[in-house]
Design a protein around this ligand. Structure first.
Ligand SMILES: Cc1ncc(COP(=O)(O)O)c(C=O)c1O
Length: 307
């Protein structure tokens, strides 16, 4: 699995009795690639967990070909790629299986919950048995330790209501993205990550790269935004291989991931964010960009006063 990804991804591998091993990501796509995964494969590799990055999708075809060549199943975490498509087809029908989240922060919001898609009938049956106490037929428990993992009615109703609205949600996301695109284009030192519009995309997450000519660090920029009640976040930072874990994992040196993990920030997005909110965010970023040196000077004085 990549290390530059969702903060609890390694727990999932440990939970099913596997040992997480982290691979590099590609500098341009922020995604794992066939090349970075291949460098980590050995005789112990059980599965390739291909996680789509927050903006755009992995190179799905190359990863599937690698999995086929090595005889290792490829599972896609498509949580951040709902609605999207790649050259070979729509997200949801790719690889051994794909997993999705319906957490309230996701495009398809069911408050909580998630789902798995697969074209493997055997796996589909096993998953549906696992979801319903391990029952195959009434009171015939065929899997020990299975869960009651059904989506409850309220969550399902919320998800269905949002599904009816999905085209509108995506169109509104596109408008938000375009406001960011216009505003950030005028700021030297910040680069908005572009959505690949050649295929259907959700336009949902707004990620910007802090470049060398931005006077403050990414972390300080996020911290100032947060102080002003703008809920910006560092993009997947720290990366997973740098975190403390209670279970064993394979240590890795991932210089590209480490460098990238200090460069990107997530800006407010989603259905509750208005054009005016975005203009306020851009206004503050403009202010930070123009006054970076003075801000640093004042922070330095404050720190010295506190010492
Ligand atoms: C890429 C990715 N995978 C998995 C998850 C976990 O989803 P859930 O919160 O539904 O467990 C998240 C949550 O943000 C995520 O971003």
């Amino acid at each position: 699995m990549p290390s530059l990804t969702y903060r609890r991804m390694a727990d999932i591998a440990a939970w099913v009795g596997l040992t997480p091993r982290f691979c590099e990501v590609d500098e341009d796509t922020l995604s794992l690639s066939a090349e970075t995964v291949n460098a980590c494969i050995n005789e112990n590799t059980a599965i390739i967990l291909a996680v789509h990055p927050i903006v755009n999708c992995c190179d799905v075809q190359q990863l599937i070909e690698l999995g086929r060549a090595k005889n290792i199943p490829v599972l896609f975490d498509s949580v951040e790629s709902v609605y999207e498509a790649v050259p070979t087809g729509k997200v949801g029908g790719i690889g051994e299986a794909e997993v999705f989240s319906m957490h309230a922060s996701k495009l398809l919001n069911g408050f909580e919950g998630g789902y798995v898609t697969t074209n493997n009938a055997e796996l589909a049956e096993k998953l549906s048995i696992l979801r319903t106490f391990g029952f195959k037929g009434q009171d015939n428990c065929v899997i020990d330790g299975a869960l009651n993992a059904k989506l409850n009615e309220i969550h399902a109703a919320m998800a269905l209501a949002n599904l009816d609205d999905i085209e509108r949600l995506v169109q509104d996301n596109k408008k938000r993205y375009q406001v960011y695109e216009k505003g950030l284009a005028e700021l030297k030192g910040l680069r908005l990550l572009d959505f690949n519009q050649a295929y259907p995309t959700s336009y949902k997450n707004i990620v910007a790269e802090v470049l060398g000519d931005w006077s403050l660090s990414r972390d300080l920029t996020v911290s100032i935004l947060n102080t002003e009640n703008i809920l910006a976040r560092a993009y997947y930072s720290p990366p997973l291989h740098k975190k403390k874990m209670a279970y064993s994992y394979i240590p890795a040196e991932l210089p590209v991931t480490e460098e990238l993990s200090e460069k990107f920030l997530l800006l407010p997005c989603g259905d509750l964010v208005t054009t005016e909110d975005i203009e306020e965010v851009i206004g503050l970023l403009r202010f930070i960009g123009q006054h970076g040196t003075e801000i640093l000077m004042h922070l330095d004085i404050l720190q010295k006063n506190n010492e």
